[in-house]
Design a protein around this ligand. Structure first.
Ligand code: FCB
Length: 480
């Protein structure tokens, strides 16, 4: 860690430098996801997804909130496109809802679904905003879940077909294709802890899901490459964990969590193999026989850019089996474990300050993660595809003076700049999120937007952070 210590120490220790200039080609954008913003849950042929089912299951989502209406983006597309342009966004990362394209996850395309995303992509291009399309941000068609979902290999194969349909439709216009958003969450929260849809709690199922998601990525990249006609970039977005060890067992605990959270994805995706220590750590849970001959070659596709989502750090040790146990991995604890085979790892409460999610604010964790990736994958360009913060915003005379969010963004974007100075090939930064939205298990109780959404009127109001970010995106310079 000498590199990071030295480079991170070069600026202001609190990461509030101001005035830093990014390279002209560096991209500043914002991100959203279909189920979190679109609404129109049963319109124009959209089929149900696992998040429709999950959010309507009592007790699963805070306050019984659902994405039925969300931000009503589906009906306010033009207004939202104009909003993005007014904020000088250079790129927009959105996701395509699989059940709008294939209502049951298989079969012919639903033209109305394709039309909606066609209008979105054309609207972006008309405004000079680069489209960055994610194929899967967690809204699996419910019909596929009924056949086993990501625990089943057939879902990966269906995903390849879905990618082909979308690639045929938009493969002349999309700049960057991202196959999956945070497969860690899909696998371990969806099938391990049960905090996310479909709410299953199966350690083996979670690891099977890891593999089938990796396989789905490979099949999708192969299908897209066959059908696209422009020269797009291919990517996947991972929520890689920035891990610190605590005490004498910290190194072993960090190794285990790094294997499950990070290398279970970067291993097959970027090196063509699952790490030996991951297989060893999980051997009581599964023999990994769901990995079939040829799968790793499919998964191991060259990608143009690796998407990194970063919010906070984790600190771990091995539980001594006696002391009261901390359980602060930053995720809702609903009973199941998101750490198959490594339940002995204890997650420590992090030093503050914290965001409204209870996640600690630590820009050095972002810097360290980027530098570690540079060291492990020196040839792999990176992009921060999500970073941002929820705070309890208040409206004052029609404005939202979200000083904490501006400060969060300033400090993390400074960390990104220092990573570039340290030799990281970092291509862009996307703030999460363009606007307040359905925050999964937390419903509408957590506001991540740089634009406020009034959930009674659905009116959009740029917060001070949006104005600050617009200045940054116009100049590639961190405003003073
Ligand atoms: C990420 C998700 C995104 C949003 C942020 C806060 O894990 O990709 O949809 O919920 O967290």
């Amino acid at each position: 860690m000498t590199d990071s210590t030295t480079a991170a120490g070069q600026g202001n220790p609190d990461y509030r430098d101001g005035g830093l200039v990014f390279p002209p080609a560096f991209t500043f954008g914002s991100a959203t996801a279909s189920y979190q913003i679109e609404g129109a849950f049963d319109e124009d042929g959209r089929g149900p997804s696992i998040w429709d089912t999950f959010s309507k299951t009592p007790g699963k989502v805070f306050n019984g909130d659902t994405g039925d209406v969300a931000d009503d983006h589906y009906h306010r597309l033009d207004e939202d496109l104009d909003l993005m342009a007014s904020l000088n966004l250079q790129a927009y990362r959105f996701s395509i809802a699989w059940p709008r394209i294939q209502p049951t996850g298989r079969g012919p395309a639903n033209q109305a679904g394709l039309d909606f995303y066609g209008r979105l992509i054309d609207g972006l291009l008309a405004r000079g905003i680069t489209p960055v399309a994610t194929l899967y941000h967690w809204d699996l068609p419910q019909a596929l879940e009924d056949e086993g979902g990501w625990m089943s290999r057939a879902t990966a194969e269906a995903f390849g077909e879905y990618a082909r349909i979308v690639g045929e439709a938009f493969g002349d216009r999309v700049h960057t294709w991202t196959t999956l958003n945070e497969p860690w969450c899909s696998a371990y929260l969806g099938y391990g802890s049960g905090a996310h849809a479909p709410g299953k709690m199966s350690p083996e199922g979670a690891l099977a899901a890891v593999h089938h998601l990796n396989l789905a990525h490979g099949l999708a990249v192969l299908a897209l490459r066959e059908v696209v006609t422009n020269d797009p970039e291919f990517s996947i977005t991972l929520n890689l964990h920035s891990i610190r060890g605590h005490g004498p067992t910290g190194a072993e605990a960090a190794r285990r969590i790094d294997a499950l959270a990070n290398r279970a994805f970067t291993g097959p995706l970027l090196k063509g193999a699952y790490p030996d220590d991951l297989l060893e750590d999980t051997k009581q849970v599964t023999d990994w026989s769901f990995v079939e001959p040829g799968d790793l070659a499919i998964i191991h596709q060259p990608i143009d850019v690796l998407g990194v989502n970063y919010y906070s750090t984790v600190t771990v040790s091995i539980w001594d089996g006696v002391s009261p146990r901390a359980n602060a991995d930053g995720h809702q604890n609903v009973g199941g474990s998101p750490w198959p085979g490594s339940d002995i790892v204890e997650f420590h409460v992090q030093p503050g300050p914290y965001t409204e999610m209870g996640w600690n604010i630590d820009p050095s964790g972002l810097f360290d993660l980027l530098v570690q990736l540079r060291d492990e994958f020196p040839e792999q360009p990176l992009m921060i595809t999500e970073n941002g913060a929820a705070f309890a915003d208040t409206v004052t005379d029609g404005a939202v003076h979200d000083v904490e969010r501006v400060d969060y963004l300033r400090r993390h974007i400074t960390a990104a700049h220092r990573a570039i100075d340290a030799g990281v090939d970092l291509r862009g930064y996307f703030v999460w999120s363009l606007m307040d939205n359905f925050e999964w298990g937390y419903g509408y109780s957590k506001r991540f937007g740089i634009v406020r959404v009034d959930y009674d009127t659905l009116e959009r109001t740029p917060k001070d952070s949006a104005l600050w970010y617009a200045e940054l995106a116009a100049s590639n310079t961190i405003p003073a």
